[in-house]
Design a protein around this ligand. Structure first.
Ligand SMILES: [Zn+2]
Ligand SMILES: [Zn+2]
Length: 473
């Protein structure tokens, strides 16, 4: 059988990877998000993108912008009423697309550049994701960040083998700044294909990456698809080490321990592990963490997922002691059941509070800074959250708030990617999920750079590289 890989997205963008593995009349799509680039981005917790796709027409706009794979078997028909197959063929300059009788989707994690298309899949599409990813999605739906999906969701654990029609997926968890992030090793009679998803070596779970590498080594992977977010022309030469997650937390603790005034925090709520650690640190420093209502609701939902919190027995007591929700906000979102705190209480005891902001809550600086205690400047701690930096600086300057950036990267350094590819030593490396994947420095001749809409016969791709290697040596 001449099974193929089809490449529809994420070839020169961070995220928006859309690769389809075709096995006879069965298709497996990975991943299913919207790239961090382009005319607009997908809805995202915390980000205030002013330009969003038109409600009800989102999928059509994604499809007509080549931001979603043009395979209509994937989508709920009601989401694409204005588009025909001919429109998509003309757009992609093709005379056909692959036809599938059965479609599977693998979603590596719950960042919007990997999952934003999930609400649009049709009922008979089976979507595989890690159980923690599904817990996160349910909390995002519950807190009104995303619509639910009609697709059939099947969750997996780490290192599970999923038997599909004529091939299987071995699931492998990797380390990234959201829990449950998973890659896979696809086994078929034509070869073995590994997909890293988003990964890093400087997080708390390096052993997951060691496990990924050794599993790929033992299996003798033929094709390796890896993310290349941090690959730029000079990034391999730069000696700068990625900041460890433990350093981020140490810096956070140091800042809040010394702070005599109010602290603002802009941090990713989806990074549940970091958020747990920050709550524990806040408790240790006898601070109160104020949450925006929608995030509080998200947190209450994700909190129900015992697996996320099993390591910390007494976390319930800690969070109820530490977390408050700002009481002035309108109650369009459901109540989160955390205790409330009002502006008056905060401004009369500023040292006690850390205000976990959303970007759109920034106008609350006005009450917080103009009212109540004076004399101790507020600080703003920024920990990995996309924001309009220029606008943010204007507000910080206006109120004389000191800015501290303690962010680190959720992604592997260029050198870590080189090391990983050398250790796994696949026959073919396909660098994706980066603005400049072609800049990946590799000693080998086996880097394959697909183009948009390209279809590649897997056997030929593997044999072609074998042949090329034999000619060289
Ligand atoms: Zn990503
Ligand atoms: Zn990610």
């Amino acid at each position: 059988m001449n099974n193929k890989l089809y490449f529809y997205g994420g070839l020169d963008t961070v995220g928006g990877v859309h690769v389809i593995y075709q096995h006879g009349n069965v298709g497996l799509l990975f991943d299913a998000g919207i790239a961090h680039k382009g005319l607009f981005r997908a809805p995202f917790i915390h980000l205030n993108d002013r330009l969003q796709p038109t409600k009800g027409l989102e999928l059509e706009q994604y499809l007509l912008n080549k931001m979603a794979p043009p395979i209509q078997e994937l989508y709920d028909e009601s989401a694409t009423t204005h588009i025909t197959q001919e429109d998509l063929l003309a757009l992609w300059e093709k005379d056909h697309f692959p036809a599938f009788e059965k479609m599977y989707v693998f979603i590596s994690h719950m960042h919007q550049d990997h999952m934003a298309l999930l609400p649009f899949f049709r009922e008979n599409v089976t979507v595989y994701m890690h159980e923690l990813s599904y817990a996160t999605y349910q909390a995002m739906v519950e807190a009104n960040y995303y619509m639910d999906t009609k697709a059939t969701i099947v969750t997996f654990h780490t290192n599970e083998t999923i038997e599909l029609d004529g091939f299987s997926l071995q699931t492998m968890e990797v380390d990234h700044n959201i829990l449950g992030t998973s890659g896979f090793l696809l086994h078929s009679n034509e070869g073995k294909i590994a997909f890293t998803a988003d990964w890093r070596m400087h997080g708390h779970h390096q052993q997951k990456m060691q496990q990924f590498i050794s599993t790929c080594q033992e299996a003798s992977v033929d094709i390796l698809l890896t993310e290349t977010t941090k690959v730029t022309p000079n990034s391999a030469e730069k000696a700068s080490e990625a900041k460890a997650e433990s350093t981020v937390l140490e810096q956070f603790e140091e800042l809040i321990a010394q702070q005599k005034g109010l602290t603002y925090l802009l941090a990713l709520p989806l990074d549940v592990e970091r958020m747990i650690n920050m709550i524990l640190i806040a408790d240790r420093q006898e601070k109160i963490l104020i949450l925006d209502q929608q995030i509080a609701h998200f947190w209450r939902q994700i909190r129900k997922e015992e697996a996320l919190f099993k390591a910390i027995d007494d976390f319930s007591a800690v969070e109820d002691r530490v977390i408050r929700v700002l009481s002035h906000q309108s109650t369009s979102t459901k109540s989160s059941s955390y205790r409330q705190v009002g502006i008056k209480e905060i401004v009369h005891d500023k040292q006690r509070y850390i205000f976990h902001l959303t970007f759109t809550s920034i106008p609350l600086f006005i009450q917080m800074e103009r009212l109540g205690e004076k004399g101790n400047a507020s600080i703003f701690i920024h920990a990995n959250c996309p924001a309009d930096q220029q606008l943010l600086q204007t507000w910080l300057t206006a109120f004389n708030i000191r800015y501290h950036n303690i962010s680190n990267a959720g992604h592997a350094t260029h050198q870590d990617i080189i090391d990983l590819t050398e250790q796994i030593n696949p026959k073919v490396i396909i660098p994706i999920h980066g603005n400049q994947p072609h800049m990946l420095k590799s000693n080998k001749e086996n880097v394959y750079l697909p183009t948009y809409g390209e279809e590649v016969v897997i056997r030929e791709l593997i044999q072609g590289e074998e042949k090329q290697a034999n000619e060289i040596y």
